[in-house]
Write a protein of this length. Structure first.
Length: 56
C-alpha cells in the first residue's frame, strides 16, 4: 500500500512594524517546539526588512 504523507502546518507570519500578514509557510509538525517562529523578512508595505512573528 501507499505510504501516508506527513502533515504540514501552514504558518502565517505577521510584520511587527505594521501588523499585516505577509507570508504563509508550510512546515512539518514539530510537537516539542512550543515557541513561536521569528524571521527577518521583507515587508512590502513598510518597504524594509523587519522581524516577522508567527501568528494564528
Amino acid at each position: 500500500m501507499a505510504e501516508k504523507k506527513k502533515k504540514h502546518n501552514i504558518i502565517k507570519l505577521k510584520c511587527n512594524a505594521c501588523k499585516r500578514l505577509n507570508y504563509y509557510l508550510k512546515l512539518k509538525k514539530n510537537p516539542e517546539k512550543k515557541e513561536k517562529l521569528e524571521l527577518k523578512k521583507f515587508c512590502k508595505w513598510c518597504r524594509k526588512h523587519v522581524l516577522h512573528k508567527e501568528s494564528r
